[in-house]
Write a protein that binds this ligand. Structure first.
Ligand SMILES: Nc1ncnc2c1ncn2[C@@H]1O[C@H](COP(=O)(O)OP(=O)(O)OP(=O)(O)O)[C@@H](O)[C@H]1O
Ligand SMILES: [Mg+2]
Length: 231
């Protein structure tokens, strides 16, 4: 489809060998479009994180293909893939992956520093992003001094600082109470989503589904069904 930001076709991933092999994702096919907030919902262990990792260039599929912004991701060589990820995809990990020895502003600045942008300018942008996610003045603290919801917002700020077209969030509300979780997703809906961006959220939190444009279901490694607007 013309405005597809992501096209995943026949994605599979197996871990391990022989009798001990686990088929975590089995032939997942779906599209996500610019201007849309797509949710993937499914039970624990159904392969959601594995699927996201393949879509975002972190984990090589056993088979199948991923096209992001027209680029066939897994045909790129390692350097091109790293560069593409850095410029196009913001990823928020299920467990944040913040660096404990860096300040929160430094954590947010990492994608810019990796792009070889000026260190001080990157830190300034990091502070600005923190203000946008409601953490003004907290940039000098180490992440451990922040609450779970605040750390989640630092991870979102880091994913957004490079202005990626694709924002991918893995269980963004898993470690948050209901109100904070809804606020975070509402924030992404109102301040991040626009017609040139695509937001993909994996969750099993029914409380945030009202923010979805579209929901697809994942079960036992397969995308089983999709619906518009509602479950
Ligand atoms: N690196 C790995 N090595 C071996 N098995 C793995 C690995 N990563 C995931 N798996 C297995 O693949 C299956 C899917 O895992 P995955 O983490 O993708 O599920 P999930 O839907 O994200 O679950 P959750 O909702 O609990 O985060 C599970 O059975 C898991 O044990
Ligand atoms: Mg997961």
């Amino acid at each position: 489809m013309e405005n597809a930001a992501i096209q995943a076709t026949g994605l599979t991933k197996s871990f391990g060998e022989g009798a001990a092999a686990t088929l975590a994702v089995r032939g997942a096919t779906f599209e996500a479009h610019y201007g849309e907030m797509l949710f993937i919902v499914g039970p624990s262990g159904s392969g959601k994180t594995t699927l996201l990792s393949m879509i975002s260039g972190i984990l090589r599929p056993s088979s199948g293909s991923v096209t992001v912004k027209g680029a066939n991701l897994w045909q790129l060589d390692a350097d091109d893939l790293a560069e593409f990820r850095l410029r196009t995809i913001g990823f928020v990990f299920q467990d944040f992956h913040l660096f404990p020895k860096l300040t929160t502003a430094e954590n947010v600045a990492i994608p810019l520093v990796l792009r070889r942008e000026d260190w001080n300018a990157s830190l300034d942008k990091g502070e600005q992003m923190l203000a946008i996610v409601g953490l003004k003045g907290r940039g000098q603290l180490p992440p451990v001094k922040l609450s779970g919801g605040e750390q989640q917002r630092v991870a979102i700020a880091r994913a957004l600082v490079g202005d990626p077209e694709l924002l991918i969030l893995d269980e963004p509300t898993a470690s948050l109470d209901g109100d904070t979780g809804r606020m975070i997703v509402q924030f992404v809906r109102e301040h991040v989503l626009n017609p040139t961006r695509c937001v993909l959220i994996v969750t099993h939190d029914a409380r945030i589904l009202e923010f979805a444009d579209r929901v697809v279901h994942m079960e036992d490694g397969c995308i089983t069904a999709g619906t518009e607007k509602t479950l």
